[in-house]
Design a protein around this ligand. Structure first.
Ligand SMILES: *Cc1c(COP(=O)(O)O)cnc(C)c1O
Length: 409
C-alpha cells in the first residue's frame, strides 16, 4: 500500500510538524505524556477495523474470537494492577467513564456532591456546561484558604444536601486525597462513593498514592495521563457491585456503541508495562521531579497553591500578581515551555484569564529529565515571569535542553 506521504501529504506533513513541535518543546501539561512505540503499534493496528459491540463471549457480531482474547487480557492485567475484581476498559474517554457511572447509579435529578472546578474538580463533576451538571443535581465542595480539601466541610455539606453519590478526584489538586476519610463521610450520610483517579492512576498503580479501590464503590480513570497509555477511559469496581449496578450495561448499550478494539489492545500493552518494576521507578521520578520543581519555584519567590506538592503537579498562585495565568501561559509558550492556565480557589479573574498556572512532570520525566533539569525549568519560568525581555535567551536555553533529551521511544 502506498505510504501516507503519497496518499495524503497534507496529513503526513501535519504529523511531522507535530512531532517536530513535541521534540522542540518541553511538555509540562500535567495531563499529557508520551507513550511507548509498543502502545502506538497497537493503536495503529488493524484491530481498528473490527466491530465488537457487547462483551467478551457475548458479542453482537461474528468474528470476535481474537478480539475477545485482547479484551480479556486488558481486563486481567488492569485488575491485577489495581487489585480489583471488575473492570470495564471500553469507555472511549475519562469523561465517558464518568457519565456511564452516573447513568448506572443515578436517575436524572438525583443529588450528587463533587469537587468544584476552581478547587481542582473536573467538568464532568457537575459543571453547568457539562451533561453531569444539567442532568443531575450537583452541589460542590472546594478547597480552604490553604488550598487543601476540608473534609469537615465536605461532611457538613453532605449532611445538608444528602447526596446519593459523592464524587472525589481532581484535575489540578497537588496534594494526596484521603479516600478513607471520604468513605467514612459517605457512610455517615448513606451515600455512594465514586473516585475519579484520572490524573493519579499511575501513582496509584505504583503504590505512591493511597489507592481508592478499597474505599470507593466505583473508580474511574483515564488511561493516558500518569498511567502513560492510549487516550481512553476505564471503570474499576468489584464483581458484586457490577452485578448490583450493571456498569457494563451503562457503557454499552447505555452510552456507547462499538468499542475501539485497537485502543483496548493499546490499553492492554500499557497495563503490562505498568506491571513492570521500572514503571514504579518512573512514577517515583515523576514525584521527585515535581518536588524539585516546586522547591525551585518557591526559593525564587513564586507562590504555590497549598505551598507545594505530593504528586505529579504544581499550581502556581498568581492572585497577588499583575500577570494572569493566561499571560504567563503565553509567555512560556514563546520559550517552548508548554503549560496551561488554571483557575485557583478564590480566583477573581474570569475563567478565560485565571490566576493560576498548572505544571506537571509526567511527560518530561518520560523524556528523561531529572531534578537538575527541574531546577533549570524553575529558573526559566521565573525569568520569563519577571521580565519579558528574557524571552529570547530563555527560549534558546530551552531548545538546547530539548536537543540534549530527544523524544523517548
Ligand atoms: C482528564 C480528566 C477526565 C477526563 O478525561 P477525558 O479522557 O479528557 O475525557 C476526567 N476526570 C478527571 C479528574 C480528569 O482529570
Amino acid at each position: 500500500m502506498p505510504d501516507l506521504s503519497i496518499t495524503d501529504p497534507q496529513i503526513k506533513e501535519a504529523i511531522q510538524k507535530e512531532i517536530d513541535r513535541q521534540s522542540s518543546h518541553l511538555e509540562l501539561i500535567a495531563s499529557e505524556n508520551w507513550v511507548t512505540d509498543a502502545v502506538l503499534e497497537a493503536l495503529g493496528s488493524p484491530l481498528n477495523n473490527k466491530y465488537a459491540e457487547g462483551y467478551s463471549g457475548n458479542r453482537y457480531y461474528g468474528g470476535c474470537s481474537v478480539i475477545d482474547e485482547v479484551e480479556d487480557l486488558a481486563n486481567q492485567r488492569v485488575q491485577e494492577l489495581f487489585g480489583c475484581t471488575y473492570s470495564n476498559v471500553q469507555p472511549h474517554s475519562g469523561s465517558q467513564a464518568n457519565e456511564a457511572v452516573y447513568y448506572a447509579l443515578l436517575k436524572p435529578g438525583d443529588t450528587v456532591l463533587g469537587m468544584d472546578l476552581n478547587g481542582g474538580g473536573h467538568l464532568t463533576h457537575g459543571s453547568k456546561a457539562n451533561i453531569s451538571g444539567s442532568y443531575y443535581n450537583f452541589y460542590s465542595y472546594g478547597i480552604d484558604e490553604n488550598g487543601l480539601i476540608d473534609y469537615d466541610e465536605i461532611l457538613r455539606l453532605a449532611k445538608e444536601v444528602k447526596p446519593k453519590l459523592i464524587v472525589a478526584g481532581a484535575s489540578s489538586y497537588p496534594r494526596e486525597i484521603d479516600f478513607k476519610r471520604l468513605r467514612e463521610i459517605a457512610d455517615e450520610v448513606g451515600a455512594l462513593l465514586m473516585v475519579d483517579m484520572a490524573h493519579i492512576s499511575g501513582l496509584v498503580a505504583a503504590g505512591l498514592h493511597q489507592s481508592p479501590i478499597p474505599y470507593a464503590d466505583v473508580v474511574t480513570s483515564t488511561t493516558h495521563k500518569t498511567l502513560r497509555g492510549p487516550r481512553g477511559g476505564m471503570i474499576l469496581s468489584s464483581k458484586e457491585n457490577n452485578e448490583k449496578y450493571n456498569f457494563n450495561k451503562a457503557v454499552f448499550p447505555g452510552l456507547q456503541g462499538g468499542p475501539f478494539m485497537h485502543v483496548i489492545a493499546a490499553k492492554a500493552v500499557c497495563f503490562k508495562e505498568a506491571l513492570q518494576d521500572d514503571f514504579k521507578d518512573y512514577q517515583k521520578q515523576i514525584v521527585k521531579n515535581a518536588k524539585a520543581l516546586a522547591e525551585g519555584l518557591k526559593k525564587r519567590g513564586m507562590n504555590l497553591v497549598s505551598g507545594g506538592t505530593d504528586n505529579h503537579l504544581i499550581l502556581i498562585d498568581l492572585r497577588d500578581s499583575e500577570i494572569t495565568g493566561k499571560e504567563l501561559e503565553q509567555r512560556l509558550d514563546e520559550v517552548h515551555l508548554t503549560t496551561n492556565k488554571n483557575t485557583v480557589a478564590g480566583d477573581t479573574r474570569p475563567i478565560t484569564q485565571t490566576s493560576g498556572l498548572r505544571i506537571g512532570t509526567p511527560a518530561v520525566t518520560t523524556r528523561g529529565l531529572k531534578e537538575e533539569e527541574m531546577d533549570k525549568i524553575a529558573d526559566w519560568i521565573v525569568r520569563v515571569f519577571e521580565d519579558e525581555k528574557n524571552i529570547p535567551q530563555v527560549k534558546e536555553e530551552v531548545m538546547e535542553l530539548c536537543k540534549e533529551f530527544p523524544l523517548p521511544h
